[in-house]
Design a protein around this ligand. Sequence first.
Ligand SMILES: [Zn+2]
Length: 153
Amino acid sequence: MRCPFCGHIEDRVVDSREAKLGDTIRRRRECAKCGRRFTTYERIDEIPHMIVKKDGRREKFDRQKILTGLLKACEKRPVPMSKLEEIVNEAEAYVAESADRERPSSAVGELVMNRLKTLDKVAYVRFASVYLDFKDVREFMDELKDLLKARRK
Ligand SMILES: [Zn+2]
């Protein structure tokens, strides 16, 4: 949303609620540049499904972006395209069924990682290493050890 005061296009949603009649959502937004707050009303069918990043920024859910990440992780791996499409569909459905029309990027990433884990361990590790935060790394390393152990058997 463009800030009505300074014209900046980045903002943070500080409050959002559905209006009583149901098909509009009122959002209080705070401009990332000048810090002033403004209100927007959006009709539900015009509102895209959003992904909430760790720093609170939102971006439109983008199938292509998830697919690109998956393709990169699955490079030269024996994973059929149809399986990747299934994962993307599942991620999309997960975001679409949210009452708030948004999901944290961490939850979407986790869903994708879990599916990938059952498909191809190498692809899973690649995807996770791009995706995960430093704070998640220790947990990830523990899991990696388990995977390696399992392979040795
Ligand atoms: Zn502004």
